[in-house]
Ligand binder design. Structure first.
Ligand SMILES: Nc1ncnc2c1ncn2[C@@H]1O[C@H](COP(=O)(O)OP(=O)(O)OP(=O)(O)O)[C@@H](O)[C@H]1O
Length: 673
């Protein structure tokens, strides 16, 4: 690396920074003009006035506001790589497109098609790239670069990548645009119609891939996805806070990030279920129960009091109309066959009845009666009684009430689907619904009426998806509609009572059984010495997934046996704080509560209950009394076979650099080598 070359790159970076400032100034100018127009036209509008400049101003303000945010100079590096192509052209690759005054690119967006070559080219498959350069930065100042002359077959183990991966963690998750690896890039750039299911051991970059894929999709399918929206679903608010900053730093501020509870309304639940009831209510068989509970209301024409001789007699304003049994049976069959929801089917049957009477009226009078007449026919006592008996009007509340309080109705709805004992658990107070009750309401509603298609998302990224129940998956599927999904997770980290044991099943519950399945095994977070300890536990978790292979040879692992656990933790934390970065203390949920006063006020230290550690990472992790984590009951107080061991596996895989295991009791046998 020559000084002159480095200086040339520093100059290019300065030029890019100045050009970005000019782009922002230009956008600011446009913003000021049109937001002025917008305000002015709003002031002058009379009731019902529509002015094109008003709408245009509104549209321009909508365009410029996110663009201004995106063009804000946050002092971070504007490019991180450069490629020279075989044809002599060269490009700097950065977080966003930057153009000079002649509209020539100074920096190419990492999501642009050409940037793919930067990430994927290798000495074996150069993709027309002659040379690749990676830049090192310190707080936005360019400090150096490393080159790979691919054309000469050169492949360099990147110190810049190593430094990025080993960097002390001081806060929430950061983007990885500068160091995306080829196998990650392949997943990030799958087209918008691909449903992707990624199984990956801890720290293999699943979350990073999902978030960068969201950003890549929004850039490459802007029109489609800005309209339909992109959603990120995570396991809990702590996790969402941890990842919240990644998409905004990639220039994407429109992505909605929610927990599965928020998405399905379950965060408003005021009731709780016993462990056994929750298990039944989250089971996929409940979908069949809901289907029957709704559609089972439909009777036959005979149930409506219609006989073969009499048919249905309808009296209206001195006229008497008669619809035959055959006609009504056919209308019923058609309504079932041609409509997707119960409510639409009911309307179709009513319309068919009016149509049948209309035809008779036309024959008698020679002209067609109006729509008002049709409404009157629907309201005649005969039609109302028939509809109430054969296809009664329903709402979700009525169905739920019958299912939960009417034993005979519940027995009919569950016969052959649930055992009697299981069916007996389908109860609850509807005024105080549990999270599972709300999922059942959602499922029932899906049979009653179609969701508004505009309420579906174009793409949904679902993280920690192994923990979703079949009923949660179905609720998400209803919000995905024809959109695509990126599903990320690790079967070995499944800790809910309904955690998935197969991705094929999980994708079926999500309504995307044609998904592409793939597995990531290169670990970027956990150093080899620590992952080796976690991998001892893996065979005991009852899942056939591949262990992580760490690309990191740094890191340290300590065991501290102590008679006084609190003193041991205090000491381990004090030692950990001698190094840079965040310290995470992970303990069984009850132990974490007990440790709170011990760690009160300690800076750079976070105390985490083992059940909430998923997805997080800390520079230094102190795992407290592993055997308690293994023995601790799962959420809700019930002990779920094997879940404690999975919590321990999660806890052992949160460390970026150092792990200290503090224990007073013997270690669980599964941690032995
Ligand atoms: N290409 C990369 N370059 C630099 N850092 C990376 C890269 N890929 C992943 N990382 C880092 O590795 C760590 C683990 O990534 P991430 O959280 O996405 O893994 P994960 O598979 O979701 O883990 P878990 O299953 O434990 O939640 C993060 O700090 C992430 O920024």
């Amino acid at each position: 690396m020559s000084e002159t070359e480095l200086q040339a790159e520093i100059d290019h970076h300065e030029r890019a920074r100045a050009a970005m400032a000019a782009m922002r100034e230009l956008t600011e100018g446009i913003h000021n003009i049109y937001s002025g127009d917008f305000d002015e036209s709003t002031r002058n509008l009379g009731l019902g006035d529509v002015r094109s400049d008003h709408l245009f101003g509104w549209a321009m303000a909508n365009y410029t506001v996110p663009r201004l945010a995106d063009l804000t100079d946050r002092g971070i590096a504007l490019f991180f790589g450069r490629i020279w192509m075989d044809d002599g052209e060269d490009f700097h690759i950065g977080r966003r497109h930057i153009l000079d005054g002649n509209r020539d690119p100074l920096v190419l967006d990492w999501r642009a098609p050409l940037s793919e070559q930067y990430y994927r080219a290798s000495a074996h498959d150069r993709r027309d790239v002659a040379k690749r350069r990676r830049f090192g930065f310190n707080n936005g100042t360019l400090t150096g670069f490393e080159d790979e002359n691919l054309v000469f077959g050169e492949e360099v183990a990147s110190d810049i990548l190593t430094a990025e991966i080993e960097r002390p963690r001081t806060g929430p998750m950061r983007d990885i645009v500068a160091t995306i690896q080829p196998e990650q890039d392949e997943l990030i750039r799958r087209d918008a119609t691909t449903n992707l299911c990624v199984q990956g051991a801890p720290g293999t970059g699943k979350t990073a891939v999902g978030l960068h894929r969201a950003a890549w999709l929004l850039y490459n399918y802007t029109d489609k996805l800005n309209k339909s929206g992109v959603l990120v679903v995570g396991p809990n608010e702590g996790f969402l806070n941890y990842i919240a900053g990644v998409l905004p730093t990639l220039g994407e501020t429109s992505v909605w990030q929610v927990t599965v509870q928020q998405l399905t309304g379950a965060h408003t639940a005021t009731g709780t279920d016993t462990h056994e009831a929750a298990l039944v209510k989250h089971d996929e068989r409940i979908a069949l129960v809901c289907e029957r509970a709704v559609w089972g209301h439909i009777g036959t024409a005979l149930d409506g009091g219609v006989t073969a001789d009499e048919g249905l007699l309808i009296a209206d304003a001195g006229w008497r109309w008669r619809l035959g049994l055959g006609f009504l049976e056919e209308a019923l069959a058609n309504a079932r066959k041609h409509t997707r929801t119960y409510t639409a089917g009911r309307k179709a049957l009513e319309d068919a009845i009016v149509q049948g009477v209309r035809r008779q009226a036309e024959i008698r009078s020679g002209h067609s009666p109006d729509a008002k007449w049709g409404t009157r026919i629907k309201r005649t006592p005969a039609v109302r009684q028939f509809m109430d008996a054969v296809w009664p009007g329903l709402n979700a509340k009525t169905v739920m009430k019958k299912l939960y309080t009417d034993a005979a109705f519940r027995a009919d709805a569950t016969r052959g689907i649930l055992s009697e004992d299981e069916a007996a658990l389908l109860t609850g107070k509807l005024a105080k619904p549990s999270a599972a009750d709300l999922l059942i309401v959602d499922e029932v509603e899906s049979h009653l009426k179609l969701r508004d298609p505009s309420a579906s998302f174009g793409h949904i990224v679902i993280d920690e998806a192994q923990d979703l129940s079949p009923m949660q998956c179905r609720a998400i599927a209803r919000r995905s509609g024809k959109g695509s999904v990126t599903v990320l997770g690790d079967l070995a980290q499944g800790t809910t009572p309904w955690a998935a044991s197969s991705w094929t099943d999980q994708m079926r519950h999500l309504g995307k059984d044609q998904a592409e399945h793939t597995e990531l095994t290169t670990g970027f977070r956990v150093p080899a010495v620590i992952i080796e300890l976690a991998n001892r536990v893996l065979p005991h978790l009852g899942v056939g997934v591949a262990p992580a292979r760490s690309i990191r040879s740094d890191g340290s692992l300590d065991h501290v046996r102590t008679a006084d656990l609190e003193a041991g933790v205090r000491e381990a934390v004090a030692k950990a704080l001698q190094e840079e970065g965040l310290v995470g203390v992970i303990a069984a949920d009850a132990r974490a509560e007990a440790l709170r006063p011990v760690l009160e006020g300690a800076e750079r230290v976070e105390l985490v209950a083992a059940s909430l550690a998923k997805g997080l990472e800390y520079d230094h992790v102190v795992v407290v009394e592993p055997v308690e984590i293994v023995e601790a009951p799962a959420t809700g107080g019930a002990t779920v076979e094997g879940v404690g061991l999975r919590h321990l596996y999660v806890a052992l895989t949160r460390a970026v650099s150092r792990l200290t295991v503090v224990h007073a009791r013997d270690l669980p046998p599964q941690m032995a080598s």
